[in-house]
Design a protein around this ligand. Structure first.
Ligand code: SF4
Ligand code: SF4
Length: 438
């Protein structure tokens, strides 16, 4: 083997399964119009087909794994819109995850940069203690007015563009996370119909505690007791997308154990990205019965509510609403009708159609931090469509999308509210727009 090819882990590691997955592609190009990065720059290598060509060429040893290879691989949002569009059933998301995983070791990053990203992914994200500290500092940063100063004074001009954009995209940070260090139980209101567990995740637990509170109230009002296991952790989606399969596997095992001793009918998830990942636990090791039964119980909140007789929302909401479909709900879990039915069930609401509602908003996990420039381009396109509808409110079902869309609204100074679907339904149940944690 030449020196060049010995540095190509795709050439040396792609096995029969991966070859088979790649051969599913018939290069028809049907997926190209659905791809946000191709729509932005028109480059074949930034389209799904182009990226599959790159993987194939690397697999055959025709190219080396260079910075240019990573440019195109990294620019992919892993939104999986190409999977929905593909007539041949190419599992693009899976191929991208495998590619990132096996090429992680040959990335030409500095030792410091590798150490830093490894520390964030394997130490910070899975730890509620670390996250609590960081978000409390973030809360202080905003409360003391320092955040306002770095956004609105000359200081913003001396920040590097990337840092400035990240700084501006930070949403309001609450002081407390939702979950506690012990098992919490929230009792059903009225006749008890069942018992479910809530997956609280990593960042969402700290950044959107009100969404968890709204989710629990909705379930309680519909007759479900909700338990929140305390030892659960991040689902591992961020790690899989970044190529860190080892940490993702570790987190999976922590979650399987955290939910194993409690009896419940379903695991409710209100973050589309986490739901898609938790449903994949069973695929990672098909012989693991625990993973199989865990994944079978995972339900997105809207998917679950669609299967129960839903209590009618009592308080009309006079709102013109658009629904922006989270990629990992639509393309990752095939859920699209259910959220729209819930929105339509709320009296007073007008659900408007949104052009390209099935296209990514540019959030994509850590993508808005790592590929900020493309993320903003994709977001701006989305905001153009939202602004053209005249809607008062954009509804989504994923925290990453919520942060991104809120940033888009702030950038445009639009009078548009961004809500998680749980917040919208909770408001229609309570008639109270304030989301105070009980
Ligand atoms: S991924 Fe699917 S849609 Fe895209 S070129 Fe290949 S076969 Fe065609
Ligand atoms: S996952 Fe999304 S960004 Fe990546 S190639 Fe497919 S459509 Fe394009």
């Amino acid at each position: 083997m030449s020196q060049k090819l010995s540095k190509n882990p795709i050439y040396t590691s792609f096995g029969i399964e991966e070859k088979h997955l790649l051969q599913e592609c018939i290069h028809c190009g049907f997926c190209l119009p659905s791809c946000p990065t191709y729509s932005e720059n028109g480059k074949e290598m930034d389209s799904p087909r182009g990226r599959l060509y790159l993987m194939e060429a690397a697999m055959n040893g025709e190219i080396d794994i260079s910075e240019r290879f990573f440019e195109h691989i990294d620019l992919c949002l892993v939104c999986r819109a190409c999977e929905t569009a593909c007539p041949s059933g190419v599992q693009f998301g899976k191929l991208m995850e495998i590619t990132r995983d096996i090429t992680l070791s040959v990335r030409d990053k500095s030792a410091v940069s590798k150490l830093f990203s490894n520390f964030i992914l394997s130490v910070i994200i899975p730890s509620h203690r670390w996250l609590s500290t960081i978000f409390k500092l973030g809360w202080l940063y905003q409360k003391t007015g320092l955040h306002w100063v770095t956004k609105n004074t000359f200081l913003k001009n001396i920040l590097p563009t990337k840092i400035r954009n990240i700084n501006e995209s930070i949403p309001p940070i609450p002081f407390k996370r939702f979950a506690k260090n012990n098992l919490q139980t929230f009792h059903a209101i009225g006749e008890k119909k069942g018992r479910v567990a809530l997956f609280t995740g990593c960042v969402m637990d700290h950044l959107f505690p009100d969404v968890h509170a709204a989710t629990i109230r909705i379930l309680n009002w519909n007759g479900y007791e909700v338990v929140v296991p305390s030892d659960q952790t991040c689902c591992g989606a961020l790690h899989v997308h970044s190529g860190d399969g080892e940490t993702s596997e570790r987190l999976k095992n922590i979650n399987l154990s955290a939910f194993s001793d409690i009896s419940f009918d379903s695991i409710i998830v209100n973050a589309a990205g986490c739901g898609a990942q938790l449903k994949q636990y069973k695929h990672a090791n098909s012989k693991n019965d625990l993973a199989y039964s865990f994944s079978k119980k995972v339900k997105d909140l809207t998917e679950f509510l669609a299967t129960v007789p839903l209590r009618n929302p009592e308080f009309p909401l006079d709102l013109k609403v658009v629904y922006d479909e989270p990629c990992h709900l639509l393309h990752g879990q095939g859920i699209s009708v259910e959220p729209k039915q819930i929105i339509k069930s709320i009296p007073g609401i007008t659900l408007l159609s949104l052009i390209e509602s099935d296209t990514c908003c540019g959030s994509a996990g850590s993508y808005s931090i790592t590929e900020t420039e493309m993320s903003i381009k994709v977001l701006e396109r989305k905001m153009n469509h939202i602004a053209s509808t005249g809607a008062d409110c954009v509804v989504t079902a994923n925290p990453g999308c919520q942060i991104q869309l809120e940033w888009g609204v702030r950038r445009r100074k639009l009078a548009v509210e961004v809500l998680h679907i749980a917040q919208l339904l909770d408001r229609a149940y309570r008639g109270d727009p304030n989301y105070l944690l009980d």
